[in-house]
Design a protein. Sequence first.
Length: 129
Amino acid sequence: MAGTKHKAKTQGSLRVSFLSSGGFAGLQRGAEVSEANLGDKELAQLRSLLAKVSPDAQKLETSKVARPDARQYRIDILQQGSSKALEFSDSELNEPLGKLVAFLNERAKPVPYVDSGQAKKKAPAARKR
């Protein structure tokens, strides 16, 4: 069928999950993109952006300066059976990562707060007098 957006893909499966959190308001936004929900042009753009991200992007130097209002990002990439997770903040964005974040952020929507594994201690029970 001419003009069909989702043609059979021949390069293997691709799925990218994106989560952005923090900033001044502490809001979270997320997106999941895959071959199934991207058109051919968008898929080609995503593949190009992923190819430009350094294989060592997971080993980014973390800034020693506290940035309480910095945005935090997590990108999980599943491609042809292998997976890679990238975690970084605004201060670690280089040009290729910035372009990938912009692409994914255009497709992101607000998501409910998800605790990133940092369990908060329960407040002590009030004492009876």
